[in-house]
Each structure stands twice: as C-alpha cells, then as structure tokens.
Design a protein around this ligand. Structure first.
Ligand SMILES: [Fe+2]
Ligand SMILES: [Fe+2]
Length: 366
C-alpha cells in the first residue's frame, strides 16, 4: 500500500459509519483483507433504499475501492470475494428500488433520442437551479457545492467505464464528450480541476472525497447510481442514457449556478466551472442523444429500453436530491449531515490564478 503524496487526488479518508452494515464494512476495511462473516447482511430490506444512510454508505464504501480507494485501506480489498458478494446484495436492493421508482420506460417509434427528449420534457422536479440563481444565501450555495463535490472532483470517471465495452459510433461519441470533460488533456482545463477552484473560492476543502462524510444518502445515491451502471457491463445502455440525461439537462442550470455565484459577489475563477458547462454541454447534448445513444442502439437495438431506464433513473434521483436540499432549506435546516465548516483561506496556487478577484473571505462574510 503506498501513501498518497497529494491528497487533492485521493484516496479519501474513510468516512464514519451510519448503521450496522456500514460499521461492519468500515471496521473490516481497516484491517488486512479477510473474509467477512456470512451473516453480515443485517438489514438489507430498508424501507427506502435510495435514502437509507447505511445502505448508500455501504455501497459507496465498496465502489470507491474501484476509483481511488480509501486512505490506509489495503488495495486488495477491491476484489475480495466476500465483500463483492455483500456489494452484490446491496446492489440488488438498490437497483430494484430504482426500477420501482421509474418503471419500465417505453421506447417511442421515433427512436431513443426522441425518448430521451420526452423524458426531459416531462421532468417537472423542483428547480434547485432557479433557487440558487435568485435566492440562495452563501451558506446554502456552499452546501450545494459540498454535495456536488463528491461527483465533480472525479467528474466523468464513472462514464469512462463504458469505453472498453463499446465499439463503433457510440464509442467515438463518448470519447468526444469525455475529451472535453478531461480538458483535452490539459490539467488546468479538466472539469474536476475547474471545480476544485470553485471549492477553493468558496473557502471549502478541495481534497478528493473531503466531503463524503457530510453528504447524506440521497447525495451518495446520485453517485452510486453511476457506479452501479459503470461497473456492470450489462448496464452499459443505462450508463450512456444516464450521461445523455446529464448532458441534456446541464446547460441552463449551469448558467443559473454561475449567475447565482456572481450575485453573491464571486469572480470568474469561482464561476468558471459552471460557465464552461453552458456552451460545452449545449454541444454535448446533441452528441450524447444522437451520436452516442442513437449510435449504440443502431448497433444494439435491444439496449434502447436500458438507455431510457438509465436516463429516467438519473433524472428521478436528481429530483429527490433537489427536493432534499430545498425542503431542508425551507425548514431552516442544513441539507448536510453536519453543517458546512467555516471558510478556509484560499490555497497559494489558486490565489495566483485569482489575484484580481474578490477574496473568498471577503465574499464569505459579505
Ligand atoms: Fe463537465
Ligand atoms: Fe458535458
């Protein structure tokens, strides 16, 4: 096991337990790889798997072993058979809940791209983006960024798992999208790095996985969904559908997020991540629906329902996420498991990039 030299890039610190199942997994991961007890299922029938803290954290703990791993956790845990078996049991519960949530989408005669457009047109969730643009205070915006950091600091990684599973037009289209997500190979343009600067400008910890511990189940579920689709070849259609829904619903909300930060007095370093997505995703939207999902279904027509399932599941879990934030704020509560910490000073390297801007400490106290 090697120690990281730079915690910006992971691995993250193991989060605290949230119930008997995650407690057993956290405890096991702290030790060298070994077989888990056979009866370690405890409650695998939660009332609502998507918002169950113990189940979602357990899935997240297992999935992270396939990304950057956990600090101090032996790398061989990634393929430990009894842990994989436990993950599979959790996944069956999670996937069944997702399928109950969205039903079986029917593919319109006009094709999968039209089906995606219909799903998005029917998406009537609460507008988190409008709230962040017009009304949210700084504390609420910081919470939103903390939630999203779980994904944005590894932006695009889950969908990259589709690459070796595809050939032909869908692969070419996915590569075109991912190339932009990864900044065309330029570190300073990688979307994850742009987001790191947003975190920094808001005085938040920029370390990979730094905010997992305070992210509630529904936030982990938005991530676990991508990992579930990404790690199972049989769900490659759902993975592409998820990415398409993401890209097709990104441009306008990102404009609003950027405008919300500007309203709060932040500069272009803070808003760049969002501004970048306004135009990029207007282009990605077309590539994702027509070239990527359309291209996949031309080669593998049987995957069309999966594409729409993945899109519908992504939209539905995101609606739950938005409702959680808005309901928490309406009730005067934090939407995090513990409120976001006070602002940190910006890091030196990022200060250089932002020398002409409002400092986060000025903005935070404004
Ligand atoms: Fe992006
Ligand atoms: Fe994009």
């Amino acid at each position: 096991m090697s120690e990281p030299t730079d915690r910006r890039y992971g691995p993250a610190t193991l989060p605290g337990e949230r119930g008997p199942l995650s407690a057993a997994v956290v405890e096991a991961l702290r030790r060298p790889p070994h077989d888990l007890p056979a009866d370690l299922g405890v409650d695998l029938d939660p009332v609502d798997p998507i918002t169950d803290e113990d189940l979602q954290l357990t899935l997240f703990l297992c999935y992270e072993l396939h990304y950057r791993g956990w600090l101090g956790v032996h790398e061989s845990w990634e393929w430990q058979p009894t842990l994989l078996a436990l993950r599979a049991r959790c996944e069956r519960v999670f996937e069944a809940a997702l399928r109950r949530l969205v039903g079986a989408p029917s593919v319109p005669a006009a094709g999968v791209a039209a089906g995606l457009a219909e799903l998005i047109a029917a998406d009537d969730g609460p507008s988190l983006a409008a709230t962040l643009q017009r009304r949210a205070g700084l504390a609420q915006f910081r919470e939103f960024v903390v939630h999203r950091s779980v994904y944005h600091l590894r932006e695009a990684d889950p969908h990259s798992w589709a690459l070796p599973r595809l050939g032909g037009p869908a692969k070419a289209a996915l590569v075109e999208i991912q190339t932009d997500e990864y900044g065309n190979g330029r570190l300073d343009r990688m979307h994850a790095e742009l987001f790191r600067r947003t975190l920094d400008r808001l005085g938040l910890d920029t370390g990979y996985g730094a905010h997992v511990d305070v992210a509630p189940a529904v936030t982990l579920a938005t991530n676990n969904l991508m990992s579930l689709f990404g790690l199972h070849r049989r769900l490659r259609g759902a993975l592409l559908g998820h990415l398409a829904a993401f890209e097709m619903t990104s441009s306008l909300p990102n404009r609003r997020y950027g405008n919300g930060l500007r309203r709060l007095g932040f500069d272009e370093v803070a808003t760049r991540f969002y501004d970048e997505h306004v135009e990029a995703d207007a282009v990605h939207e077309q590539i994702a629906a027509h070239d990527m999902c359309g291209g996949l279904v031309r080669v593998e027509p049987a995957l069309a329902p999966d594409v729409l399932f993945g899109a519908a599941a992504g939209l539905a879990v995101d609606r739950l996420f938005a409702a959680h934030l808005l309901d928490s704020w309406a009730a005067g509560r934090s939407s995090l498991r513990t409120p976001a910490p006070p602002a940190l000073p910006p890091t030196v390297s990022l200060v250089v990039a932002a020398s002409a801007a409002v400092s986060p400490s000025q903005a935070v106290t404004a």
